[in-house]
Design a protein. Structure first.
Length: 83
């Protein structure tokens, strides 16, 4: 029966244990993210362009064009046709 005091106690105990487990997992994951961020400078989200092998050349060329005063829209148009 749902009104049995022993059943109510057990439900409450199980809820408290589950909440405690969740809190420990959240703290553990937060610590891991902070350590990774301190070590690598970032942890979450998409990797920035230039992160993967082969992208650094294109990124350097885009920065070069921008330094020459070429607008982002023209750089983008040129990048779609391969510079």
């Amino acid at each position: 029966m749902a009104t049995d005091p022993t059943r109510i106690l057990m439900r409450q105990l199980m809820g408290a244990v589950a909440q405690s487990d969740k809190s420990r997992i959240v703290l553990k994951l937060r610590g891991a993210r902070l350590r990774k961020k301190a070590h690598e400078g970032r942890c979450e989200g998409r990797k920035p362009y230039g992160y993967y092998q082969g992208e650094e050349g294109a990124l350097a060329r885009m920065k070069e064009l921008r330094a020459q005063g070429i607008g982002f829209d023209r750089i983008m148009a040129w990048s779609s046709i391969g510079f």
